[in-house]
Ligand binder design. Sequence first.
Ligand code: 5RP
Length: 234
Amino acid sequence: MNMDQLKRQAAARALEEVRDGMQLGLGTGSTAKHFVELLGERVAAGLKVVGVPTSEATRADAQRCGVPLTTLDEIDHLDITVDGADEIDPELNLIKGGGGALLREKIVAAASDRMIVIADDSKWVPTLGKFPLPVEVIPFGLGATRRAIEKAFADCGVSGQMAVRNAKDGHVFVTDGGHWIVDAQLGRIADPASLAKALSAIPGVVEHGLFIGLASSAVLAGGEGIRVIERRKP
Ligand SMILES: O=C(CO)[C@H](O)[C@H](O)COP(=O)(O)O
């Protein structure tokens, strides 16, 4: 089974948790796209749900698949968000933002009763950090923000190269919110919760890709089948 089939399997398993009448957060990325497509098939067959997309790309996919959409201004909570991840550790802390949608993804996940992470099992890691950590920043004052980020890294015992993300056309990648992303190659993040806190305190940082304590469960599809991992209660 190839990677894409594994992603679809994980998405199909998460879909089993969806019930009639639910309000859903719709993630971003290739795995989340499978979920939106499968959800669209269920909607066509009569399932009643509404979704809040975490990016303009997912909005377009959901519209194409016939999934009714709403906003977090029109409803007061979401039952489940289903989203992918770039890395998942055994505490179900995540690195997200490889697709650049981390800000809306975090807002939507935080507004949800449950967040189900769907992935092929290559995303499962003992410690976060091999995947470059995305930090969404305001372009104004970027030099000062970068220095503050470097200090936060040093205070948290990590270091690594940072680069402003470019889009495929070679221009700076601009998020749906009009911000830039700095990707940081940290290698190993021993204490992701402390780093998340330190980054959140920097004025020019809009959001970062560390999702701490947000995921309720992870559905991992691999060659041996599907594993569902529930987050341990604190
Ligand atoms: O965080 C994300 C987008 O901002 C994605 O969920 C993450 O990058 C995983 O993507 P994929 O399912 O394509 O591997």
